[in-house]
Design a protein. Structure first.
Length: 345
């Protein structure tokens, strides 16, 4: 089949990019202080020029507060959605996402340990939490795959999912135990564990850009193999896919990307589960189109969720995980109900 026809239509890609930019500008505009869209776009275009920031409080708010937070939300949403789309194809399970492996729970444990014990790296803000989250994400992946391999040499999907669920429950109990003893940091841990992008800065933005560029490229480069997996592992073997190798590569890339996302934004649920389902209705099941579309869809979804989180109860701020879980649950029920009606039609 022609690779160009399999790939993403440039016009559709441009439409997704335009929608994402429009939502980004809207989310920067709306907040405790309303900023006209025209001014937001002007500042964003002229961001590199120092002259526009001189004695301009609005431009300073956009550059130092709103823009890094909204871009962080977009990149986090894109990352989680791509991971979810990849895991659903890899495991051939519509309920799979980046948290299925238990890696998200492991990353959370690492970040909670860093917060509870004040672990940090000198001169690098947030590095302690980021490093611990990624370290525990990889440790979790290693433990889960080792246990799965001991139980089933073929590393079957059902075995991996089962061990991932059990591991997540185990880690949740450890997090609860640590929270009990970290009395002076309970509020910080609790709010963070439900997801929060407050205080995001351009260090977070660049960290996410690098992680998404590296891990996202690895995942996207295996789109053909994911298409084969979506039909079944036996089919993948028949067309020459090294099943174990591809599984490990994609799981490691997903683990690294989730580790970075969790370390910056905390535990944000449902993005990687619901967004790929919605995008699949538009782009179809071909992962060469699905994964790039998931990146844009996840970015839009999380930017809007973050907008709701910081404005709906202004001046109070909701944890973003509360918004994504509530919205995601309703959307998933709608998707499931619609799919059931179509299957019985």
């Amino acid at each position: 089949m022609d690779n160009n026809r399999e790939g993403f239509n440039p016009l559709v890609l441009l439409a997704f990019a335009a929608l994402t930019f429009a939502v980004l500008a809207l989310c920067v505009s709306i907040g405790s202080v309303h900023i006209p869209l025209s001014e937001v776009i002007t500042v964003m275009i002229a961001l590199g020029r120092a002259s526009i920031l001189e004695d301009n409080m609005t431009a300073t708010i956009i550059r130092d507060v709103r823009l890094p937070r909204v871009i962080t939300a977009a990149l986090t949403g894109a990352s989680l959605s791509v991971c979810g789309g990849a895991m659903q194809g890899l495991l051939k399970n519509p309920l799979a996402d980046g948290t299925t492996l238990g890696v998200s729970s492991g990353a959370s444990l690492g970040a909670v340990i860093a917060i509870a014990f004040g672990i940090s790296i000198p001169f690098i803000p947030f590095a302690g939490t980021v490093v611990m989250a990624m370290l525990f994400a990889f440790i979790s992946l290693f433990l889960i795959l080792t246990l799965a391999y001991q139980m089933d040499f073929s590393l079957s999907t059902n075995t991996i999912i089962l061990i991932g669920v059990i591991y997540s429950m185990f880690v949740s109990s450890i997090v609860a135990f640590l929270t009990t003893f970290a009395s002076d940091r309970v509020r910080q841990i609790t709010f963070w564990s439900m997801g929060s992008l407050s205080g995001s800065n351009f260090v977070n933005v660049w960290t996410l850009i690098i992680a998404l560029a590296i891990c996202g490229s690895i995942i996207l480069s295996h789109a053909r193999e994911l298409n084969a997996f979506a039909v079944g592992e036996d089919n993948a073997r028949h067309v020459g896919v090294n099943v174990k190798r591809v599984k490990l590569i994609i799981m490691i890339a997903v683990s690294a990307l989730i580790g970075v996302c969790v370390s910056i934004g905390g535990t944000i649920g449902f993005v990687g589960l619901v967004t790929p389902h919605m995008i699949r209705m538009i782009s179809g099941p071909n992962h060469k189109r699905l994964l790039p579309a998931c990146a844009f869809g996840g970015a839009v979804f999380l930017m809007l969720a973050d907008l709701v989180a910081r404005t709906i109860l202004n001046p109070l701020e909701l944890p973003i995980g509360v918004v994504t879980s509530f919205t995601g649950a309703l959307l998933f029920i709608y998707i499931f109900y619609t799919a059931r009606r179509k299957s019985h039609a």
